[in-house]
Design a binder for this molecule. Structure first.
Ligand SMILES: [Zn+2]
Length: 386
């Protein structure tokens, strides 16, 4: 909901403090253009989601059902209600617990309320990215906890985020420990234009300023992740007029994503699917999936088991393999499972259910990923085929 006043084209002179992580890229490559398109169209079909309206509350329910469909439970979701204009509206908070620092949070957020129009860019685009990140990180353990937050009341002056900071962040005892707030607002681009750059926003506010240096560090990392995990280029600018600002004022460390080609249709009836660039949003989602894995620090690496009993007991042989793989479970109660073989682009090459002997004779020589899944437990290991 804002105008880009000044920006500096980021030229990439900064030293890479992080390197490419193939595991992060494997997950990032699973972002689905089909899903992005569906989220955007469903969001649009919900109508004009003015804070407190029926459409606004229907959007809340739609969001909640999306998270449940990804495998999250009711217990993972909390509702933070507030009153606007005599009507109740709600922020939705989905929490995913970290393995090493369960009480330290990465917040990835964006508003879902709209004004005047259906808001498919502002901010159905950010909503779609957050949904796709939540879907893909569902079964990935991270060291830090993650909160996915869909705010309401943004268009009336950041009401939802301000309410959350004062009534939840500061009302938690001890105060909620936030590692980083990543806000995503209006990342839809403009149909028919070359949308190949995203603006990454750092805190340049002097009130307070003590959190600025850390924001700069994280924003540099965000830019790095954009380059590593998507085809987009980056532009560095400053944060303003969106839901990260109440966090900023509270002394938290913030960063953000905003479109570089700025839509002329925000807050109008023409902010629709037909006027944005869904492929741009797909690329933003890929970048964000990479960045959130980096910020929340993925705990599980290839060939490292998740600390859960069933998965711990899984192995396969031979490795390297040639014509077939034999799956084996050391604690043998496991009967219902799937085993999927993908390449490093995330393309599924084989998927079997409850089979312990897997025919791989059609696979070319190379390295693949084998993902074994029981219930919500997942482990991925490298398969060498010779
Ligand atoms: Zn917005």
């Amino acid at each position: 909901m804002k105008n880009l006043l000044f920006s500096i084209l980021f030229l990439g002179f900064f030293a890479n403090s992080q390197t490419f992580n193939q595991n992060y890229a494997n997950v990032s490559n699973l972002v689905s253009q089909t899903n992005i398109n569906s989220y955007l169209q469903e969001f649009e079909d919900l109508g004009v989601k003015t804070t407190g309206s029926t459409a606004n509350n229907n959007a809340y329910t739609w969001l909640k059902n999306k998270y449940l469909s990804f495998g999250y439970s009711e217990n993972d979701i909390t509702k933070d209600n507030f009153i606007y204009n005599g009507q109740t509206t709600s922020n939705l908070i989905l929490t995913k617990q970290g393995t090493k620092y369960p009480n330290i949070y990465i917040i990835i957020c964006g508003h879902y309320d709209t004004i005047t129009g259906k808001g498919t860019n502002d901010n159905g685009s950010g909503v779609s990215v957050i949904l796709e990140v939540a879907r893909l990180l569902k079964n990935i353990n991270t060291e830090y906890s993650i909160k996915f937050i869909n705010f309401s009341g943004e268009e009336q002056g950041l009401l939802g985020s301000a309410h959350y900071v004062s009534n939840v962040v500061n009302a938690t005892n001890p105060k909620m420990n936030i590692r980083l707030v990543l806000n995503i607002d209006e990342v839809g681009g403009i149909k028919g234009q070359t949308n190949d750059t995203v603006t990454c926003e750092r805190d340049e506010s002097s009130n307070p300023s003590a959190n600025n240096a850390a924001s700069n560090t994280f924003t540099q990392q965000l830019m790095n992740c954009v380059t590593l995990y998507s085809t987009l280029k980056t532009n560095l600018s400053y944060a303003y007029a969106s839901d990260y600002m109440p966090f900023q004022a509270n002394g938290e460390i913030i960063t953000g994503l905003f479109e570089y080609n700025e839509t002329p249709y925000a807050h109008t009836e023409n902010d629709t699917y037909s006027n944005l660039d869904p492929v741009y949003i797909y690329n933003i989602a890929k970048a964000t999936v990479g960045a959130v894995q980096h910020f929340a620090v993925v705990a599980q690496t290839l060939d490292t088991c998740t600390p859960k009993d069933i998965v711990m007991s899984f192995r396969f042989y031979p490795n390297p393999a040639k014509d077939h793989l034999q799956l084996e479970f050391l604690n043998s109660k496991t009967q219902r499972f799937t085993f999927t073989i993908t390449d490093f682009e995330g393309k599924t090459l084989s998927k079997t259910e409850n089979q312990t002997r897997i025919d791989i004779s059609s696979l070319a020589k190379g390295i693949y990923l084998g993902t074994f899944k029981v219930d919500d437990q997942v482990i991925t290991k490298k398969i060498m085929v010779e």
